[in-house]
Ligand binder design. Structure first.
Ligand code: SF4
Length: 321
């Protein structure tokens, strides 16, 4: 059996904030004991409401924020044990696409120069080869030579996100982490970019970690999905099973909130009311108990472990054993 491409073991990212002479320090538990793995070539979705820790998890994987505990292994290498020089080749193999394409691009450089620059940073080819490869990568994501010669502000939001994808994919990464890559785009443009992602993933065989609050997009793109709530994974399984028969009450609430043609058909008690808890002071026991219609005394006192159910998925709920 081959090792997974990416393996997270009990990953934690806690930040201390505040402090000073008289102020108390507070600890934010942005990621709290997250474990899962990605096989090479798969498309894995991470879903949850905004503020649940999804983006912090992506940054902890990349060590843009150094994890407070646990381990990230990429292709068998413990990323926590690497020095800056050892990170360099891995930065090419793991690419990250941010939420806001305008912020991700340099306003002072043309798009094609930014794609070529990614190759130059990693010492791939001479200048002429870098430019040629940058133009062909832009073509692959649907941008013409003329669009490639423009500055980011002269492109539409969808075109900019295509440019960001071209810059990531020109390095032929093994793993592409997309963090809410469509949330800054109009719905009609989202569909185009998501279809492009499906096509590119199949063609380039890149492994995808797709982070989103939008379950419909994740279902369209991903074969396995993890659901995150208040910095922890609460359910993980194959996309079809998870969306057709969600087992954790929070997943049920998320699935019930996916827009449907006839909203009156929805079971209202499945829609989670209230706000997610603060990561500064999460509730004891099951963190979903403050919103869960099925919560019991045990839920308020004891955190349920993430355990395998009979159908092979994982869930963290005292009622699902
Ligand atoms: Fe709800 Fe209890 Fe399950 Fe948490 S453990 S999801 S509160 S039933």
């Amino acid at each position: 059996m081959t090792a997974p491409l990416l393996q997270l073991d009990e990953l934690r990212l806690h930040f201390d904030i505040g402090g000073g002479l008289f102020a108390r320090r507070h600890r934010i538990q942005a990621v709290d004991g997250v474990s899962f793995s990605l096989e090479a070539g798969e498309a894995f979705g991470l879903v949850g409401e905004s503020g649940c820790g999804k983006s912090s998890l992506a940054k902890a994987i990349l060590h843009l924020h150094r994890p407070s505990g646990g381990k990230v292994a990429f292709d068998g290498t413990d990323l926590g044990a690497l020095g800056p020089e050892q990170w360099r080749p891995l930065r090419r193999r793991i690419q990250y696409v941010f939420q806001d394409p305008l912020a991700a691009l340099d306003p002072r450089m043309t798009v094609v120069d930014q794609v070529a620059e990614a190759l130059a940073i990693h010492g791939i080819g001479d200048r002429a080869a870098q430019q040629a490869r940058a133009f062909s990568q832009l073509e692959l994501v649907g941008l013409s030579h003329e669009q490639g010669r423009k500055y980011p502000h002269a492109l539409s939001g969808g075109q900019r996100q295509r440019a960001v994808l071209a810059r990531a994919l020109v390095l032929e990464p093994d793993l592409l982490i997309c963090d809410e890559p469509l949330s800054a785009l109009d719905v009609s443009i989202q569909a185009q970019v998501v279809n492009l992602l499906v096509e590119l993933r199949e063609r380039l065989k890149v492994t995808l970690l797709f982070i989103s609050h939008d379950l419909s997009l994740v279902r369209h793109l991903c074969s396995r999905v993890a659901v995150m709530y208040s910095s922890r994974i609460v359910e993980l399984g194959h996309a079809d099973a998870l969306f057709d028969r969600p087992r954790h009450p929070y997943t049920r609430a998320l699935v019930a909130a996916i827009p449907v043609p006839e909203p009156r058909e929805r079971e209202p008690e499945l829609i989670a009311s209230g706000e997610p808890p603060s990561l500064l002071n999460p509730p004891p026991g099951c963190r979903f108990h403050t919103r869960c219609p099925a919560a019991t005394a045990q839920c308020r006192a004891e955190a349920p472990p993430l355990i395998p159910l009979a159908d092979g998925r994982l869930a963290a709920c005292h009622l699902e054993r």
